[in-house]
Design a protein around this ligand. Structure first.
Ligand code: PMP
Ligand code: PLP
Length: 422
C-alpha cells in the first residue's frame, strides 16, 4: 500500500516533536537514567499524594506515592507501554488481523490510545480528508461523525443501507461512476461505517456484506474506517468478524472505545491500523492533547492487567446481559404501545432502537415542541442525516439509561403524542 496519496497536506507536513521523542525514549529507559531533557514539571510540587479506587467487586486499585507521581506526569503519545501491549494482545485474540503481528519486523499494524474514539475518528478524518474529497458512508449516521467530517468540505456520498448495514450492491452501483483503473481526484478515498449496533439505526452488518465491501475497497483502492464502539455490546455469539479481521492489504483503520464498557467520562479509546497511518494520528496527538490522561491510562491498565483477558471478557458478558434485558424490555413496550403507529427492527447490538413513526413526515417539530409537553424525550432522526433539514420520520430511542418501567411509560406517552399529531 502506498499511503502517501491518502494523506492531506496538513497531515503529510506533521513532524515529530523533538521533546515528545525524548519522552518516548525515557519511558522505555531504566530508572537509573538521569534525564535533564524533558520539560516535565516536578510532581513533588503537585497537591495530590495517593489514591485508592474501590471496585464494585470489593477489590481496590491502589495508587501509592510513586505510582501517583507517574499518573500525574506527562507520558508517551502512543499510550503507556503496558496498556498498549495489553490491547495489542486483545486485538490479536479478537480480530487476528492478517497483516499483524505488531512486531517491528513484520510490523505493519500499530495501535495508539486516544481520548475516546471520537478523538481518534476526528484525527483520522483530518489526516485523510481534503476539501472536495469524496467520502462514502451509510447515513443516517452518528452525528459526531458528521460534526467532524462536514467542516472539512468533503463531498459525502450516502450509501443505502438496511438493518444489515451498508448494501454492497448499492455501493457497487455508486462506484461504477468512477473508473477503477484510472482513479482521479474525485474517486472515493475513504469509506466510513459503524458495523455493529449502529448509532442511530441499531443496524449490524453481516460478514458477507463486509467481505463484498472489502473487495470493492480493493478494486477502487479506498480505505475503510471501522468505527466500532458497540462491538462489545453484541447480543449474539459468536461476535461478528470485523473489517480488521479481513484486512489483508492494510486498508482498515479501526476505532475502539471503552466508553460503553468501562467509563465514558474517563475518555479512553484506541485506534488500530496500518503503522504509517497510526503514526500520523500520533503526530497529531503530539501537537494537540499530547496524550490521553496518564491517570486514566494507569487506572484502566491496572484494571485490565488485574483482570486478564478472561476477567475482561467476563465483565463484558455482564454488560451484554444488562443491555440485552434492556433491549428486550424496550421491544416489549414498543409492541405494547407503538404497534399501530410505528415500525422498527430489533437491534442485535448496541443501545438504540430506531423507530419510524407512521404518518409523520418529520419528527423534528414533534419532538422539539410537543414531546417536552408530554414529558418524553427522544432524538429526532433528522440530526443523523447528511442534510439535517430534510424531513425524517424516525426517532432514536436509547435503552441504556432508563428503567423498563420508565421505558414503558415513555412509549405510552410517545404513542399518545403520535396519535394527537395524526
Ligand atoms: N504551551 C507552552 C509554552 C508549554 O511550555 C507547554 C508545556 N510544556 C504547553 C503549552 C502544553 O501544556 P499542557 O501540558 O497543559 O498541554
Ligand atoms: N462513534 C460512535 C458511532 C458513537 O456512537 C460514539 C458515542 O456515542 C462515539 C464514536 C464516541 O465514542 P467515545 O466516547 O469513545 O469518544
Amino acid at each position: 500500500m502506498n499511503y502517501s496519496r491518502f494523506l492531506t497536506a496538513v497531515s503529510a507536513a506533521r513532524k515529530p516533536s523533538p521533546i515528545r521523542i525524548l519522552t518516548e525514549l525515557q519511558q522505555r529507559s531504566p530508572p537509573t537514567l538521569i534525564s535533564l531533557a524533558g520539560g516535565a514539571p516536578n510532581p513533588d510540587t503537585f497537591p495530590f499524594h495517593s489514591a485508592s479506587i474501590k471496585m464494585k467487586n470489593g477489590e481496590t486499585i491502589e495508587f501509592d506515592g510513586a505510582m501517583m507521581k507517574r499518573a500525574l506526569q506527562y507520558s508517551g503519545s502512543y499510550g503507556i507501554p503496558e496498556l498498549i501491549s495489553w490491547m495489542k494482545e486483545l486485538q490479536k485474540r479478537l480480530h487476528n488481523p492478517p497483516t499483524a503481528s505488531f512486531s517491528p519486523e513484520r510490523g505493519q499494524m500499530e495501535m495508539c490510545v486516544t481520548t475516546g474514539s471520537q478523538e481518534g475518528l476526528c484525527k483520522v478524518f483530518e489526516m485523510l480528508v481534503n476539501p472536495g474529497d469524496t467520502v462514502l458512508l451509510d447515513a443516517p449516521t452518528y452525528s459526531g461523525t458528521l460534526a467532524a467530517l462536514q467542516p472539512l468540505g468533503c463531498n459525502i456520498v450516502n450509501v443505502p443501507s438496511d438493518q444489515y448495514g451498508m448494501i454492497p450492491d448499492s455501493l457497487r452501483d455508486i462506484l461504477a461512476q468512477w473508473d477503477s483503473h484510472k482513479p482521479d481526484s474525485t474517486t472515493p478515498k475513504v469509506l466510513y461505517t459503524i458495523p455493529n449496533g449502529g448509532n442511530p439505526t441499531g443496524a449490524s452488518m453481516t460478514l458477507e456484506r463486509k467481505q463484498k465491501v472489502y473487495e470493492l475497497a480493493k478494486k477502487y483502492d479506498f480505505l475503510i474506517i471501522e468505527d466500532d464502539p458497540y462491538y462489545f455490546l453484541q447480543f449474539q455469539k459468536p461476535w461478528a468478524s470485523t473489517f480488521l479481521s479481513l484486512d489483508v492489504d492494510g486498508r482498515v483503520i479501526r476505532t475502539d472505545s471503552f466508553s460503553k464498557i468501562l467509563s465514558s467520562g474517563l475518555r479512553i479509546g484506541f485506534v488500530t491500523g496500518p503503522k504509517p497511518l497510526v503514526d500520523r494520528v500520533v503526530l497529531h496527538i503530539q501537537a494537540s492533547t499530547m496524550h490521553t490522561s496518564t491517570l486514566t491510562q494507569l487506572m484502566v491498565s491496572q484494571l485490565l492487567h488485574g483482570w486478564g483477558q478472561e476477567g475482561f471478557l467476563k465483565h463484558i458478558d455482564g454488560v451484554v446481559e444488562f443491555y440485552r434485558a434492556q433491549r428486550n424490555a424496550m421491544l416489549s413496550s414498543a409492541d405494547k404501545w407503538l404497534k399501530d403507529v410505528a415500525e422498527w427492527h430489533a437491534p442485535v447490538a448496541g443501545m438504540f432502537l430506531w423507530i419510524k413513526l407512521k404518518g409523520i413526515k418529520d419528527t423534528q417539530q414533534l419532538i422539539m415542541e410537543k414531546a417536552l409537553e408530554k414529558e418524553v424525550l427522544l432524538v429526532p432522526g433528522g440530526v443523523f442525516n447528511i442534510h439535517s433539514s430534510e424531513p425524517c420520520p424516525y426517532v432514536r430511542a436509547a435503552f441504556s439509561l432508563s428503567t423498563p418501567q420508565q421505558i414503558d411509560e415513555a412509549f405510552k406517552r410517545l404513542s399518545a403524542l403520535i396519535k394527537e399529531a395524526l
